[in-house]
Design a protein around this ligand. Structure first.
Ligand SMILES: Cc1ncc(COP(=O)(O)O)c(C=O)c1O
Length: 403
């Protein structure tokens, strides 16, 4: 069993604020353990130098530390080759990279991009932009009101025109873990490229890229105990080699003359300019931390919290819970009768409880549910059953104030 007290002790924010701080918004961003913060300050304190160019000791150390994180990502999610691990700023940037560098070259009128109604805006808007640039159509696999995909509609919507299928591994609104193996299989049958948005999956469950065998997989460091400003894109090597660069500048070139340039090898072809060195190093530490605890242990702890949370919150008749997927992560969207989620979040905050309220960057889901917003509690390894009890109590108190 996970020793949550020990875990919490590793996080300065819980040590300082213990007792009056209940953080239930990890689906938005996670808290950071001391080891991650320390690895970032250690770079700035003792070996701050640019990478891949400095011919002195601290520059070589910075380069080694940065490059070693590719190996860590490779091991953590079982990527076939560390050279297909590209560092970006975020999941959002990773998906935009695909849409520009792959999509602009490959898609044209009469082609189709297929996504789902369950996506975060960062897996919708880049495809809308690509659709208007290329004239390819953008179609959606619908969702049911229970927060699962209408998978029967996938077979109806997918055709030889479909060139790209992009789906989230786990929904940030419902927590639904999508049957991405089946979706990838269907896409492969017609030769479509597959993109998986793993922003909500990699921090919380075992992900195995070799087993999934998708073409692109994207995630963010800040949701997995790492810093903001670092994301990852993992991709199939031959596809990366065929692609044009996303951004031009230093580091991504092999040669430059006045008229033209040639490109560096993959992955550096996609890392133009000085990258977020400290953040990449911080991501490496967050992987170390998660591996030390064990991703399966974290998943199991979160599942216990999820079921406890669903049980406790469903006892309150003023609460409407959304999402009924059998396989789901530790995310609970809900509304409380006669209280706008923004007001609820503000009142919970007076008890030191942080939840998310709004459309969760997923307006098509809100439209489907016929609401404008929900409250959302999401859990991570540092949360306890007591956190959930405090949430339930504070909701009751707020209902009392409003009615
Ligand atoms: C499912 C999903 N995809 C993509 C994103 C975007 O992540 P980022 O803001 O780190 O780019 C999020 C963020 O909440 C998300 O939940």
């Amino acid at each position: 069993m996970l020793d949550v007290n020990q875990v919490r002790n590793d996080f300065p924010i819980f040590r300082k604020k213990d007792g009056d701080f209940i953080y239930l918004d990890s689906a938005s961003t996670s808290q950071k353990p001391e080891s991650v913060i320390e690895s970032i300050s250690s770079y700035y304190n003792s070996y701050a130098a640019n990478i891949h160019r400095a011919l002195y000791e601290i520059g070589e150390k910075a380069t080694d530390r940065y490059e070693s994180v590719r190996e860590k990502v490779k091991r953590f999610i079982n990527v076939p080759d560390s050279h297909v691990v590209i560092f970006t700023r975020s999941t959002t940037e990773s998906i935009n990279l695909i849409a520009y560098a792959w999509g602009t070259k490959k898609l044209a009128k009469d082609d189709q991009i297929l996504i789902t109604e369950m996506e975060h805006h960062s897996n919708i808007v880049p495809w809308q932009l690509l659709s208007s640039r290329s004239n390819a159509s953008l179609n959606y696999i619908p969702i049911k009101k229970d927060g699962t995909l209408e998978l029967e509609e996938l077979k109806k919507n997918i055709s030889s025109k479909t060139k790209l299928v992009s789906v989230s591994h786990q929904s940030n609104v419902f927590g639904t873990i999508n049957p991405i193996n089946d979706i990838i299989d269907e896409a492969k049958k017609i030769g479509a490229v597959t993109v998986i948005d793993g922003a909500q999956a990699v921090p919380h469950m075992k992900v195995d890229i070799k087993e999934l065998d998708c073409d692109f997989y994207a995630f963010s460091g800040h949701k997995m105990l790492g810093p903001t400003g670092v994301g990852v894109l993992v991709a199939r090597k031959n596809i990366l080699e065929e692609m044009d660069p996303f951004m031009g500048g230093g580091e991504m070139i092999n040669t430059v003359n006045m008229n033209e340039s040639t490109w560096n090898e993959v992955p550096w072809k996609f890392e133009a300019g000085t990258p977020n060195i400290a953040q990449v190093i911080g991501l490496g530490s967050s992987i170390d931390y998660i591996e030390k605890i064990g991703i399966d242990m974290i998943h199991q702890h979160e599942q216990e919290l999820l079921h406890y949370g669903l049980e406790i919150l469903s006892q309150n008749e003023d609460i409407t819970l959304y999402g009924k997927a059998k396989k789901r992560g530790a995310v609970i969207p809900f509304n409380v009768k006669n209280i706008h989620p923004h007001d609820l979040a503000k009142f919970l905050d007076t008890d030191g409880i942080c939840i998310r309220a709004g459309h969760h960057c997923a307006q098509p889901i809100m439209n489907k549910l016929g609401i404008s917003a929900t409250a959302r509690a999401s859990f991570y390894l540092y949360n306890t059953k007591e956190d959930i009890e405090s949430l339930a109590e504070s909701i009751k108190k707020t209902v009392g104030i409003f009615n």
